[in-house]
Write a protein that binds this ligand. Structure first.
Ligand code: SF4
Ligand code: SF4
Length: 317
């Protein structure tokens, strides 16, 4: 006779796949030694100040999953593939990180995970669940690795051997004891391409990104009127985010599945944004364009700041 928890675990993952997630996997809390190791790495990263001014990264809840849901026993981890077009060659347009080309992934993933959670409640009315998509603190990449979705690459992204690293993650934490998947093992080997390709040397050692040196931190998160000169100079056309260390990864050079998910479809304005277009936009235009986009984290004045640095660089070269 099939173990009812094994059946539930399989059905739960099937539900997740039917909601458009792939890869998906389950980890059991407290997880293997690797979770403790990743937790210690995060503590070291925070102690070194690599989080810059992202104070929310320091939340204790990030380290202890039980603080998010009392009695939590398992995590369903899901990946939403956002690879929608073949590799973009050097563009004259302003460039935006692929993760943000489609609809706001927080909302997309949350809505779908809620449906899965509702289904789980129907199967196990006494169980409880909570959803985490960036908004609640959780060591989410470590749990994705634990649930077998992929390994944490030296560029700190989750890499799946068949799908590369173009995915955003979501988690459904449950009080049900589910059957875990096999944790992923690293296939980075001796490769160092991400480290070598980073224009600002932000990957200071394998798996360690110093946010203070990372273009994506500065053009998305940095709320200062000015960003450091060395970052300004290295921005190229990256106005929001930076995909260089992912684009260079050999696991993303292979033929990988292209997403047909309507929520990840690239918005036209994002693919066609020029310096001229961006300079023309006023506050209202930006708000309209950024509706339903995770890019609204970048305030209109920050877009202007970023575009002005890109323009200045072009004039000086
Ligand atoms: S996102 Fe860009 S700047 Fe940041 S580590 Fe990767 S290549 Fe370097
Ligand atoms: S570029 Fe190489 S080292 Fe970096 S994440 Fe990809 S496989 Fe790992």
């Amino acid at each position: 006779m099939t173990d009812p928890q094994a059946l539930l675990s399989d059905e739960l993952k099937q539900k997740a796949i039917s909601q458009g997630f792939n890869p998906v996997g389950i980890a059991q809390i407290p997880g293997s030694n690797r979770i403790q190791m990743r937790t210690k790495s995060l503590e070291r990263w925070l102690t070194a100040g690599h989080h810059a001014d992202m104070e929310w990264m320091k939340s204790k809840k990030r380290l202890e999953i039980e603080q998010i849901l009392k009695g939590a026993q398992s995590v369903l981890v899901v990946g939403l593939n956002y690879f929608t077009l073949p590799q973009k060659k050097k563009s004259k347009n302003l460039m935006i990180g692929r993760y943000a080309w489609g609809n706001d992934y927080h909302k997309v993933i949350e809505k779908r995970l809620k449906k899965i959670g509702t289904w789980l409640t129907e199967q196990r009315p006494n169980s409880q669940w909570k959803i985490c998509v960036d908004s609640k603190p959780l060591l989410e990449k470590a749990w994705a690795e634990e649930a077998g979705l992929g390994w944490i690459g030296k560029n700190s992204n989750i890499i799946n051997a068949k799908r590369g690293s173009w995915m955003v993650l979501g988690n459904l934490i449950s009080t049900e004891k589910l059957i875990p998947d096999k944790p992923a093992t690293s296939l980075c080997g001796k490769c160092q391409k991400c480290i070598e390709s980073c224009p600002t040397n932000a990957i200071t050692e394998p798996f360690v990104i110093n946010s203070k040196k990372c273009i994506a931190y500065h053009n998305i998160e940095n709320r200062s009127k000015e960003i450091p000169l060395e970052i300004q100079k290295a921005m190229g056309n990256w106005v929001a985010g930076c995909d260089i260390c992912q684009e260079e990864c050999p696991w993303n050079q292979k033929e990988i599945p292209i997403s047909n998910d309507p929520d990840t479809k690239a918005k036209d304005w994002i693919l066609n944004l020029t310096i001229k277009e961006a300079m023309k936009k006023n506050e209202e235009d930006w708000q309209k364009a950024l509706k339903d986009s995770s890019l609204k984290r970048i305030k209109p004045w920050m877009w202007s700041r970023n575009v002005n640095y890109i323009l200045k660089n072009k004039k000086e070269t």
